[in-house]
Design a protein around this ligand. Structure first.
Ligand SMILES: Nc1ncnc2c1ncn2[C@@H]1O[C@H](COP(=O)(O)OP(=O)(O)OP(=O)(O)O)[C@@H](O)[C@H]1O
Ligand SMILES: [Mg+2]
Length: 686
């Protein structure tokens, strides 16, 4: 029961399972029920999975027919691969570019620091040159020794103005400021100031202590001057009469001005920190959170030997700041900082990322378009071949691909064309064979028909032969007594004693005996079936003779005779007497079939090796059921005295002996046609 229900539910695919279930228990010897159930449940699972897969495949086919096709199989993996490569490529190159942009950025900062450091060195050199000039100027040393502020001012102001020095300071041996001349940043005029304390300023202290390092007795340092900001000073000792130190002379530059110049070159904001990491000067506007954010701790400042990079937030933006030690005369006098907004990097990164993304998108587009074109060029001819195959399958054998390509598709197309050509040839051959078969069949049917006719004739001949033998005996026995009767009747009539009435009866006896004898003679002719005496003669003569002999009959029967005979001689080998007898018989029958008169048409035609004589009447015709019997001996529809039923059978026998044929066609009410067919050539016997 399970099995039956199961088969109905799952159809073909399960038949395998059933087969297996049927076979396995017999082989393994396990109980049939168990085996069947286990196999069934496993197969059910398989079938479900399979049907789900089929569903999925069908859904895919429905929704994306092109993707499921050849084009999809070619294009889809190609597109996925191209996009993957494009994405990975964009990522890698963007990363590379980004890192190089960052590197360039950092390098730019280092470069800015270097430019600034160089500028400081240049500035120091110019300080030294100016110091040399000033300290050797006549009267400067003496005025310093004397603490003469007026003379110093008078001597140094023109020099400072002339050499564009921003600051000049003179300090006596006790470290007290004698004079400070500062250039007013607004007016450019030199102003004499007082009030700065240089006693702890390292460049001053070093000179006053007459320290000399490997570079000499000059020192540099930075120092803030009230209301003017920080300055970078270079100090030099001032001596009189050879080597007696009388004070220190310093030339300085305003750091703010220096930084503004550097900023123009470095393209970033500059800042200067003192030795302890405190901010001294900056080109940046002070942020809300103060400059402290840009400063270094004393530890960081003192341990700064290589550039230090740091990111800070100023004005709500990210800045990258690079700190480098500020070295002058091999001494660290502070730290130099260069700051650049990080957005510069970010925007450079974004720009390059966008550029590459665009480039890769365009490249991907081009590659996909190329791939599509390629797939099309492969898939299109294949699809064309598919369409043509379908057309060929549905009977259109005139298909030809017309493709000429040097590749495998070309070979496929050529194979297809060859196949179609062969198919065409085979189909034509099949059609020819079919026609041939039909023709042969028809011939066979004709042969069969002839065979049947021949068989019919054979039967007819046999019938005739049987009747002939029988008749020959009877005729022999009857003919002699008839001759005696006839002879005696004639003799008796000559007897004078015979009364007149008796003579009339004797005439009647003689006539009837004669008549009986004639019938018996006919029968004998029929029975003998004597071999015809063949002569070669014009057959038309026989026809004309027959018509002449029946002229009385036709006239009497009001029958119009129409003849259609050839003008030329038609030589046929035949027995004239016998054939005339046949034709007379046929004409006789025709006239008898037209009791109220009609038309008798006699035609002679030669067709190849045979002649056909047709006797056609417009009489009452022969009913179909009698057609096959008319040639039978003694078959007659006529009254007893009128016909014996031997005419046609005798005629049939004669024609057969001539190796000919006697045919009949008839339509009741319309008439009949009897045709005598005779071969032209016969073995002549006469
Ligand atoms: N032209 C014809 N039209 C119609 N029936 C015919 C024709 N010729 C022959 N028949 C039929 O065939 C029968 C046989 O003819 P057949 O000539 O052998 O004998 P018969 O004419 O009857 O007698 P017989 O010729 O011996 O005097 C006829 O009785 C007649 O029924
Ligand atoms: Mg007859």
């Amino acid at each position: 029961m399970i099995r039956l229900g199961w088969i109905r539910r799952h159809g073909n695919s399960v038949d395998e399972g059933v087969d297996r279930a049927d076979r396995t228990p017999a082989a393994s010897g396990s109980r049939p029920g168990e085996e069947l159930i286990s196999v069934t449940s496993k197969a059910t699972g398989d079938a479900a999975t399979r049907s789900r897969l089929t569903d999925l495949r069908q859904a895919l086919r429905r929704f994306a027919p092109r993707l499921a096709g050849l084009q999809g199989r070619l294009i889809l993996p190609y597109v996925i691969l191209t996009m993957l490569i494009a994405m990975v490529g964009t990522y890698v190159i963007t990363r590379l570019v980004t890192s190089s942009v960052r590197e360039r950025f950092t390098n730019q900062l280092y470069e800015a620091s270097r430019v600034a450091a160089d500028e400081l060195v240049r500035r120091e050199r110019s300080h030294l040159a100016n110091l040399r000039l000033m300290s050797f100027t006549e009267g400067v040393a003496q005025a310093l020794e004397a603490g003469d502020r007026t003379v110093l001012t008078a001597l140094l102001t023109p020099l400072a103005l002339n050499y564009e020095v921003a600051a000049v300071s003179a300090v006596d041996l006790d470290g007290r400021e004698v004079l400070t001349l500062l250039r007013d940043p607004d007016t450019g005029q030199m102003q004499a100031l007082q009030g700065s304390d240089f006693s702890d300023f390292a460049p001053v202290v070093n000179v006053l202590q007459e320290r000399v390092d490997e570079l000499g007795d000059k020192y540099s340092g930075m120092m803030p001057i009230t209301n003017y900001g920080a300055y970078m000073f270079t100090s030099a000792p001032v001596h009189v009469s050879g080597d007696r130190l009388v004070g220190v002379l310093m030339v300085g530059s305003r750091l703010q001005d220096l930084l503004v110049g550097m900023k123009a070159q470095a393209l970033g904001d500059m800042l200067v920190l003192d030795e302890s990491g405190k901010l001294m000067v900056s080109t940046l506007v002070e942020p809300e959170e103060g400059f402290a954010i840009l400063e270094l701790t004393p530890e960081e400042a003192s341990s700064l030997t290589v550039p230090l990079s740091r990111e800070v937030t100023l004005y709500g933006r990210r800045f990258q700041v690079v700190y480098t030690p500020m070295l002058l005369r091999r001494q660290q006098i502070g730290e130099l900082g260069v700051a650049l907004p990080s957005s510069y990097v970010v925007s450079a990164e974004a720009t390059s990322r966008n550029t590459f993304a665009w480039l890769f998108s365009a490249g991907t587009g081009v590659v996909i378009a190329l791939g599509y074109w390629l797939a099309q060029s492969i898939a299109r001819p294949i699809m064309r071949l598919r369409d043509m195959s379908q057309a060929v399958a549905s009977g259109d054998l005139e298909q030809a691909s017309g493709m000429e390509r040097p590749d495998e598709i070309g070979e496929l197309a050529s194979a297809f064309d060859t196949m179609t050509l062969k198919l065409r040839e085979r189909t034509a051959e099949a059609a020819r064979l079919y026609d041939e078969t039909v023709k042969r069949n028809r011939e066979l049917a004709e042969i069969n028909q002839r065979l049947q006719e021949t068989q019919q004739q054979l039967i007819q001949s046999e019938k005739l032969a049987a009747v002939g033998q029988l008749t020959a005996g009877i005729v022999h026995d009857v003919k002699n007594p008839l001759a005696v009767i006839k002879g005696l009747a004639e003799e008796l009539k000559e007897e004078p004693s015979i009364p007149v009435e008796a003579r009339v009866h004797l005439d009647s006896i003689r006539a009837n005996a004669g008549r009986a004898s004639a019938i018996v003679t006919d029968l004998l002719t029929f029975a003998r079936q004597s071999t015809p005496a063949m002569v070669q003669r014009d057959i038309c003569e026989a026809v004309r003779a027959s018509l002449r002999l029946t002229e009385y009959l036709t006239r009497k029967g009001k029958v119009t005779v129409v003849t259609d005979l050839p003008d030329t001689t038609v030589l046929v080998t035949y027995d004239p007497q016998q054939i005339e007898q046949v034709l007379i018989n046929l004409i006789n029958n025709a006239v008898q079939a037209m009791p109220d008169g009609g038309t008798l048409r006699v035609t002679l035609r030669q067709a190849g090796e045979a002649v056909a004589i047709a006797i056609q009447d417009t009489g009452n015709g022969i009913p179909p059921e009698n057609l096959s019997r008319v040639f039978d001996p003694f078959f007659t529809t006529k009254k007893e005295a009128e016909g014996t039923g031997l005419g046609l059978s005798v005629s049939y026998g004669i024609v057969t002996h001539h190796h000919g044929r006697l045919d009949v066609e008839s339509q009741v009410g319309q008439g009949s046609t009897f045709t005598v067919l005779l071969p032209v050539e016969q073995e002549s016997t006469g």
